[in-house]
Design a protein around this ligand. Structure first.
Ligand code: ATP
Length: 329
């Protein structure tokens, strides 16, 4: 109930005009005091709403909301027609799609949200997901041959994000194995892939992407590593509906390429954008660190590290790649 009222409130305020508490209460069938509580809750998720006695409530800046129909129309021009759901407030776009597996979901189905209450990174880390500021998008993809089909998938999606950004910025991204997208050494986007199913036999994959567009100061304070957003690297107007459509189309293109040829077909492109290539790095697992020279990735997307003249190959799991001088965090 509260969710529905808050979503309606957001829509009413989106244009950026003053609206009185009395009008909002009447329109939504609740008391003025209830409206005041809902407004307070909305400010807590990153909406900058203020009130003036006698005039009512107003958003500091009008916001342009994600619009399912606009995304679908843009996507059609890019040759795709995924099933798309846009939510205002959700726990996490990945969790939402995971709950629909296996029977209530179709290949390529997309969930996008304005705000994630529990946006996630890897291993339970938090992904800052302020309202109407960035893109939080998940897409479902079945793995016909089982989990082994997921080999190199997060690198494939990182390339799809790079493809998308090329349409909106002149600058090139850097990709950090296995799931992070940087610009000028600062984190711009992340990928979270979650798998369900058997080692062999049909399995399921939900691909989540968080791409920063316009970071509000309140969320920036919560991020404990250098970050950036696309508005710092683009002179174009960043229409999140158009960006969503490009991101979906580029993910679909790369997934089809991956399905047909595997990650090896993208290896050369990855090398071009590989952040730490030939640099000294640390591989961090819990409290353990291995220091070596990062030699890029192999045809399966596994990391190659040279330690004391010996090559070690790492397929993923509970491990983080860090620059040699970076703090481990
Ligand atoms: P790893 O190399 O293990 O992937 P990581 O620190 O990049 O390490 P992720 O799980 O990929 O971890 O991402 C979560 C981390 O990203 C958070 O702990 C935080 O430091 C940072 N972060 C959270 N929200 C954002 C955001 N919106 N933009 C950029 N960085 C963020």
């Amino acid at each position: 109930m509260a969710k529905i009222i808050r979503e309606q409130l957001i829509r009413l305020l989106a244009q950026g005009d003053f609206i009185s508490g009395q009008y909002l209460g009447q329109k939504l069938g609740v008391s003025r005091a209830a409206i005041s509580n809902h407004i307070k809750a909305l400010t807590e998720i990153g909406l900058d709403i203020y009130s003036v006695t006698g005039k009512g409530y107003k958003l500091a800046q009008p916001i342009s909301l994600l619009d399912e129909q606009k995304i679908i129309a843009h996507l059609k021009t890019l040759g795709e027609n995924n099933l798309i759901e846009v939510h205002n407030i959700i726990d996490s776009t990945n969790s939402y799609l995971l709950r629909k597996i296996p029977n209530q979901i179709e290949t390529g189905q997309v969930c996008i949200a304005e705000y994630q209450q529990q946006g996630r990174g890897r291993r339970g880390r938090t992904w800052q997901s302020p309202f109407a500021s960035h893109l939080y998008l998940s897409l479902y993809w079945p793995l016909e041959q089982g989990m082994s089909d997921a080999m190199g998938l997060s690198l494939t999606i990182a390339l799809a994000i790079s493809d998308t950004i090329k349409h909106f910025s002149q600058e090139q991204v850097q990709l950090k194995w296995p799931n992070d997208i940087y610009m000028q050494g600062k984190k711009l986007a992340g990928v979270l892939i979650e798998l369900e199913g058997q080692a062999q036999g049909i399995s399921h994959c939900v691909i989540g992407v968080g791409l920063n567009i316009n970071m509000p100061a309140t969320s920036a304070k919560e991020i404990d590593q250098p970050w950036t957003d696309l508005s710092h690297h683009s002179t174009k107007e960043l229409d999140r509906n158009l960006l969503s459509a490009y991101l979906i189309a580029m993910i679909m293109k790369r997934l089809k390429q991956h399905q047909e040829f595997g990650f090896s077909a993208m290896l050369a492109e990855w090398h071009q954008l590989d952040y730490f290539l030939n640099q000294q790095v640390k591989l961090v697992t819990g409290h353990k660190e291995i220091i070596g020279t990062y030699q890029g990735v192999n045809e399966q997307g596994a990391l190659i590290l040279c330690v004391d003249g010996k090559e070690q190959v790492l397929y993923g799991g509970e491990v983080s790649l860090r620059g040699y001088h970076e703090s481990t965090g």
